[in-house]
Design a protein around this ligand. Structure first.
Ligand SMILES: *[C@@H]1O[C@H](CO)[C@@H](O)[C@H](O)[C@H]1NC(C)=O
Ligand SMILES: *[C@@H]1O[C@H](CO)[C@@H](O)[C@H](O)[C@H]1NC(C)=O
Ligand SMILES: *[C@@H]1O[C@H](CO)[C@@H](O)[C@H](O)[C@H]1NC(C)=O
Ligand SMILES: *[C@@H]1O[C@H](CO)[C@@H](O)[C@H](O)[C@H]1NC(C)=O
Ligand SMILES: *[C@@H]1O[C@H](CO)[C@@H](O)[C@H](O)[C@H]1NC(C)=O
Ligand SMILES: *[C@@H]1O[C@H](CO)[C@@H](O)[C@H](O)[C@H]1NC(C)=O
Length: 339
């Protein structure tokens, strides 16, 4: 059976080379999953509670065609599991189908058999207050992990620090906590970190130094995490690729982080409602790529509007500085602004 399949895929591959467009369309159907990976998924399914039968397609021999499963074309190895709930809670819309696709139950360690797993998305499910499994830290090939608002609770296990290939980590959730972030130093490939609403009030003041060790970080989202303590200085800016920093809704009680003006890649800054005080550095208006700046509701930030708005603001599209102590007149005309 397998032998015949290899021969036929070889024929298709040759036809593809010869005729390009025509024959190649059906190529995806020829990916047949590894039996070993299929069995792992079947065991995973056994542990899950699936009231809406989302996983009804998880039967039969070719797991590459099951809902949410992605396979590597050349080997048939399972590389992606996307079980996110596409109907998350939407307060504005009472007809929202939230809960319709909620998964819960146990996540079995059979997941570890998927040696090639690169992408795992369990976001917006209802894993009822179980902890994030420690063994997730052993999914060595993982590049994308999304556990956002999936119902997990308790401390995020430091084992996740073993995921040295991880590029995207989203653990945003009001029911998760972290006592320290030292383990993040192991996430050397990380580009995108989202931990909104995670209770980080216990992590102390060195979190910034730890994250500053992640050289590829482009997106940092730590909104409403109960962070406190000074963020005003860094000896040396290591995250030179940072494009998005969204750390509003914390309680820093700190002077403005002046080192931000050294990061020319910044596109978006949100440090609203975070008890910042002191001067807004004029260098912000010189950041060549900055499109979005929200520093509203800090109450005690000061700036001379005249000086600040004499800057270039080359690409600015959104600027919110309300509820602070800005003073002075605006220099006219503000060419770059649509007011
Ligand atoms: C597998 O092949 C299909 C069709 O050619 C392509 O769209 C898809 O991106 C490929 N997937 C991977 C992981 O290479
Ligand atoms: C999941 O959704 C079903 C149907 O909408 C609902 O009956 C059930 O209570 C939900 N489960 C959880 C754990 O919220
Ligand atoms: C994680 O999933 C949520 C909901 O499905 C989505 O809004 C969010 O953008 C995802 N995070 C990342 C980093 O892709
Ligand atoms: C990394 O994994 C090893 C086992 O492979 C484990 O002993 C260690 O505790 C893990 N480290 C972290 C930070 O999770
Ligand atoms: C900057 O990043 C490099 C490479 O990750 C690391 O070796 C170094 O310790 C970092 N420096 C600081 C001050 O964190
Ligand atoms: C920011 O740039 C200025 C001027 O180049 C330099 O003096 C300062 O040390 C830099 N600060 C950091 C934190 O890298």
């Amino acid at each position: 059976m397998m032998g015949r399949f290899s021969v036929s895929s070889l024929v298709v591959a040759i036809l593809c080379l010869v005729t390009r467009e025509f024959v190649c369309k059906g190529e995806t159907q020829l990916v047949i999953c590894l039996e070993y990976d299929r069995e792992a998924l079947i065991d995973l399914k056994r542990g899950l509670k699936d009231p809406e039968d989302r996983l009804s397609s998880w039967s039969g021999s070719n797991c590459c065609q099951w809902r949410g499963i992605a396979c590597e074309n050349s080997t048939g190895a399972v590389i992606g599991i996307d079980l996110h709930n596409p109907y998350p809670l939407n307060f504005a819309d009472s007809t929202s189908r939230y809960g319709y696709w909620n998964l819960s139950g146990d996540i079995r360690p059979s997941l570890l058999k998927l040696k090639s797993l690169r992408h795992l998305d369990l976001s917006f499910n209802k894993f009822q207050s179980i902890p994030v499994p420690k063994f997730f830290g052993s999914l060595k090939s993982l590049q994308y992990l999304n556990l956002s608002n999936a119902g997990f609770s308790g401390a995020i296990p430091s084992n996740l620090g073993n995921l040295s290939n991880l590029q995207y980590l989203d653990v945003s959730s009001g029911s998760l906590t972290a006592d320290d972030l030292e383990w993040m130093a192991g996430l050397g490939s990380l580009k995108h970190l989202e931990m909104n609403q995670v209770d980080l009030s216990m992590i102390g003041s060195n979190w910034l130094q730890i994250l500053n060790k992640l050289p590829f970080l482009t997106d940092l989202h730590l909104s409403g995490c109960g962070l406190s303590g000074s963020i005003s200085s860094l000896d040396y800016v290591n995250f030179t690729s940072l494009a998005v920093i969204a750390i509003g809704g914390n309680n820093f009680n700190s002077k403005f982080p002046v080192w931000l003006v050294n990061i020319s890649s910044l596109v978006s800054i949100d440090i609203s409602s975070s008890s910042l005080y002191g001067r807004v550095p004029l260098g912000l208006s010189q950041l060549p790529n900055l499109k979005y700046l929200d520093l509203s509701m800090n109450n005690d930030l000061t700036a001379s509007c005249f000086q600040l708005f004499r800057g270039n603001w080359k690409k600015i599209e959104f600027l919110e500085l309300g509820s602070n102590k800005l003073h002075g007149k605006l220099p006219a005309p503000l060419e770059n602004f649509a007011i």
